[in-house]
Design a protein around this ligand. Structure first.
Ligand code: PEP
Length: 254
């Protein structure tokens, strides 16, 4: 059986003009061509960058992703971008359920369930995010919260569909705050997540599921985080905006 994929994924968020984004993608791509990565690399960009960045990425093991997609298939939804439109740019992945989308754009479990379904139906792999607030962690509710997020939006999927799901545990208190979860805290949660995936889809499927950690992961803490047995890589925000930092995180898999 194949070992589960190790992945380092960047999430640019609302940063970079088109020209800046193309330049950043080129720089990352060049560094990966110069030295083949020991993990899969996914670069998730704003919608406007996708088609152009797709033209730039030709290093082995590097894929393109979006940061969101619509919860409707097509039609009169001004300003929205569908999963089919994302896929048509050459993107292979889409991030769904990011805490910023949940918090600032009111994305509920129901909406995310629709988005996940449409993304998979259109041939995209989903990087599905989950994670608790500081308040919830202090109340020791993190497991409950994460389980509810998974039950609410992805645990209805078939075993076949599940193969295209990557999970990302991102404690909200660690996102963009410089406050990383300790590698033990991250490992503990990822092992828990793997155990509930096993209950739902069986032990083999759980062993094959790639689970990432996200939240202030950077060049100096990546190796320690990735040394843990259940941590299959990282979802990287801030540190994905500098090619050298992002490459250093990828290199943490050496
Ligand atoms: C994220 O938002 O996915 C993230 C992990 O951000 P940062 O690395 O900036 O904390």
């Amino acid at each position: 059986r194949q070992m589960r994929k190790k992945i380092v994924a960047g999430n640019w968020k609302m940063n970079e003009t088109l020209q800046e984004g193309i330049a950043l993608a080129k720089e990352i791509n060049d560094s990966l061509k110069a030295e083949k990565p020991n993990c899969d690399v996914v670069i998730c960009t704003p919608f406007i960058h996708l088609a152009s960045v797709a033209q730039v990425l030709d290093a082995e093991g590097v894929a393109l992703g979006a940061e969101n997609c619509a919860d409707k298939e097509k039609g009169a939804y001004t300003g929205e971008v569908s999963a089919a439109m994302v896929k048509s740019t050459g993107a292979q992945y889409v991030i769904l359920g990011h805490s910023e989308r949940r918090q600032y754009y009111g994305e509920t479990a129901e909406i995310l369930k629709e988005k996940v379904q449409l993304a998979l139906a259109n041939g995209l792999k989903v990087i599905f995010c989950c994670g608790e607030t500081l308040e919830e962690r202090e109340a020791e509710k993190q497991n409950e919260v994460v389980k509810a997020e998974l039950e609410g939006s992805v645990f209805h999927l078939s075993a076949e569909e599940w193969k295209n799901i990557v999970l990302a545990y991102e404690p909200i208190w660690a996102i963009g705050t410089g406050k990383t979860a300790t590698s033990d805290q991250a490992q503990e949660m990822l092992a828990y997540i793997r155990s509930i995936v096993a209950e739902k889809y069986g032990k083999e499927a759980a062993e094959d599921t790639t689970i990432l950690y996200g939240g202030s992961c950077n060049a100096s803490n990546a190796a320690e985080l990735f040394s843990k047995s259940d941590i299959d890589g990282g979802l990287i925000g801030g540190a994905s905006l500098k090619a050298a930092d992002f490459k250093a995180i990828i290199d943490a898999w050496k």
